[in-house]
Design a protein around this ligand. Structure first.
Ligand code: HAM
Length: 442
């Protein structure tokens, strides 16, 4: 074994990431196991675009919150996973493990300024000290979409339609995923009908939540502690009858032609404590991955967080980037990411560098992505760099026959070349890029 000195060991430690955290690299990726900043940006832009099509507005909150915001409302599972500490002012704080309590606080603070129903979305980075496993890390990004101020099941259907269309925007179809629809109310009624121990109701929900992962013996033991029997629970799940609360949601989705994407499945109950009505989770059809998204109604959370001052029904879902990216990669649904450079400016004559810099700035002002050699370099090395960066064109400033400045533009794929007066070059190149679908980045 190689023994490193203490100084080298310390330096090597500096190279390590914390377990469960990610670095995002630009493509092409240095290693198959690294995460792509381009893929992340692609996911965010699809999330934003679908939210826009559904009329949702973007909001955000702080990544660090008072610890109490999560300890009272989210339930034991999340509390056990908190990254919390005392700040220098002696406050107990936590990195946000989820967005919903922050949203409830924000809405409670300014609800009068917004017409109901409010439709908002956010893309926060969240932190949970989880046991690391496939699809679960200690930080992730989550697309959150919520509707506040509407009790009608039409809102539940609108949100589930958004969830379905978000996944469809990535090219996933009904063969790839399904939304499993369930109801906390259905389970609450079931628990009351079978005379469960009221003090153990949340434990009962937790046992249902883990039913598919626990062994039958574990489930039987957990359910018995709440006054329930596995056999009764299984019979209820197998019947899969939609409750009066779920029927209009299913009908609404059917009217949109989305019924193929949903099925009633009472295995779903959701681990978080605050859910009250319809709940749902999206899974890949083959069951190879963990949940892609999850959500539901939480009609009491705004009231709880505002200390009873504001009563507003609410519902929403969260979709994480980790499982989604695993699934998209697995189904080869991620596009090839390129640097998207419109032009590389060759500077072969250093006396022309100041004028070339002026040209580069003009091209950039016209919305084009432009690169050039920062320091003097041999022409062949410059050209190689243009190819490495996959530039669509090279541009080169050169004196015309009468000494007037002109620009030689070369399209690298077709090798077509032409020369233009300096003043006309920026507009011409911008038009060329647009025509060929090589959109300027602006
Ligand atoms: P959640 O089920 O805890 O719900 O998380 C939603 C999704 O975030 C999961 O389905 C999963 O894709 C992803 N996710 C959660 N934890 C991790 C993790 N440790 N690593 C990677 N991905 C993860 C909520 O957070 C609710 N606040 C959602 C919501 C919004 N409900 C109403 N509005």
């Amino acid at each position: 074994m190689v023994a490193f000195g203490p100084r080298l060991s310390k330096l090597l430690r500096l190279m390590e990431r914390l377990p469960g955290f990610r670095d995002f690299y630009p493509e092409p990726l240095p290693h198959a196991d690294t995460w792509s900043a381009d893929a992340r940006q692609f996911v965010f832009s699809q999330w934003r675009e679908t939210a826009r099509r559904y009329g949702f507005r973007e909001y955000d909150g702080p990544p660090l919150e008072p610890l109490e915001l999560f300890t009272t409302k989210s339930g034991t599972e999340i509390v056990g996973q908190l990254y919390n500490f005392q700040d220098k002012g002696g406050r107990e704080v936590a990195l946000r493990p989820e967005m919903t309590p922050t949203l409830a606080r924000m809405i409670a603070a300014h609800e009068r300024s917004y017409k109901k129903p409010v439709k908002w979305f956010a893309i926060p980075q969240l932190f949970r000290y989880e046991r690391q496993q496939k699809g679960r890390l200690r930080e992730h990004f989550q697309f959150n979409a919520d509707i506040i101020g509407e009790t009608d099941p039409a809102a539940d259907a609108e949100l589930i339609a958004l969830l379905i269309d978000t996944l469809r925007a990535f090219g996933l179809t009904e063969e790839d995923f399904v939304v499993r629809l369930s109801s906390r109310n259905a389970w609450r009624e079931f628990f009351a009908r079978h005379q469960g121990d009221p003090a153990r109701e949340y434990d009962f929900y937790q046992a249902i939540d883990k039913l598919e992962r626990d062994t039958p013996e574990e489930s039987e033991r957990k359910l018995a502690a709440t006054g329930m029997r596995l056999e009764q629970v299984k019979a209820f799940i197998e019947r899969a009858e939609p409750t009066a609360e779920l029927t209009p949601v299913l009908a609404n989705l059917a009217a949109r032609g989305l019924e193929r994407f949903v099925r009633v499945d009472y295995h779903v109950i959701r681990g978080l404590a605050y859910y009250t009505g319809a709940v749902f989770e999206a899974f890949d059809r083959k069951g190879e991955f963990r949940a892609i998204a999850g959500g539901g109604r939480y009609d009491n959370l705004v009231e709880l967080i505002s200390g009873g001052r504001i009563k507003l029904p609410a519902l929403g879902f969260g979709m994480g980037d980790v499982v989604l990216l695993e699934l998209l990669r697995h189904r080869s649904l991620l596009p090839a990411f390129e640097a998207g450079l419109d032009a590389f400016c060759l500077i072969e004559d250093e006396t022309l560098r100041p004028a070339s810099l002026k040209l580069i700035q003009e091209l950039r002002a016209a919305g084009l992505a432009v690169e050039y050699p920062l320091t003097p370099a041999k022409p062949d090395r410059q050209f190689k760099r243009a190819l490495d960066l996959k530039a669509a064109h090279t541009v080169k400033l050169e004196p015309g026959t009468a000494g007037e400045p002109q620009v030689r533009i070369r399209h690298l794929r077709t090798r077509q070349e032409h020369t233009l007066p300096l003043a006309a070059s920026a507009a011409h190149l911008a038009a060329q890029c647009k025509k060929r679908g090589e959109q300027p980045l602006a």
